[in-house]
Design a protein around this ligand. Structure first.
Ligand code: FE2
Ligand code: FE2
Length: 211
């Protein structure tokens, strides 16, 4: 069930990033630094697909195919990148945050679900933490493009976006505590992230707590 969930979650990512990639302008001499960062960010997301594939391969699920989503979902992902940046920034931030929440919760159930498969558990955990390190940086990067209004909008969107998304993946409520996921999303704080991960990732300077 955990692998089914992971597959479905990763498939959403794949469809979302493929749609964003299709709308991305190629790099030129005059590409702005911000657009370049956005492109690298997207490339990292494609790198995650390799890591997900590797997780599935750990369980001998080699020939996994990323089957397209249903008509409406695919359409939504195609429409999404067409909105102006100001409208896109809050939901884009929330979707990065949701990724981070999901990976934290997967990490939290690994010991239990893979108790009798210690090697697989450690391998999955190592791969997952690679993905989380990037997602943590993406949360910070997206945070940079939210003004006070965008931040308020994002905060209001967390609950409905999380619930709508998880409703589409019925395995979620059987594996995880959805209420806790919503609470974690709303109360996100860098203080909850392990220092080793913060060290490898990137956090906006204004979000760092000086000690
Ligand atoms: Fe991602
Ligand atoms: Fe991301």
């Amino acid at each position: 069930m955990l692998l089914t969930f992971l597959y479905k979650f990763a498939r959403h990512e794949y469809v979302g990033i493929s749609a964003a990639w299709d709308r991305t302008e190629p790099l030129t001499e005059s590409t702005s630094l911000v657009a370049k960062i956005g492109l690298y960010h997207l490339c990292e997301e494609f790198g995650h697909m390799r890591l997900f594939q590797e997780i599935l391969r750990t369980f001998h699920l080699d020939p996994v195919e990323w089957v397209p989503l249903g008509k409406w979902m695919s359409r939504m992902y195609r429409l999404f990148p067409m909105f102006p940046e100001a409208m896109l920034a809050p939901p884009a931030f929330v979707s990065e945050l949701m990724g981070l929440t999901v990976y934290q919760h997967i990490d939290g159930v690994l010991d239990d679900i893979l108790a009798d498969e210690p090697e697989a558990r450690e391998r999955v955990r190592a791969l997952l933490r690679e993905v989380m390190t990037d997602e943590l940086a993406h949360v910070g990067q997206r945070r940079n493009f939210l003004g006070p209004l965008g931040l308020r909008a994002a905060h209001l969107m967390v609950e409905s976006m999380y619930r709508a998304f998880f409703r589409d993946i019925p395995e979620t409520r059987l594996l995880f505590n959805v209420e806790q996921m919503v609470r974690d999303g709303k109360a996100f704080d860098y203080g909850t992230i392990a220092p080793e991960m913060l060290e490898k990732s990137w956090v906006p300077s204004y979000c760092k707590v000086s000690s």
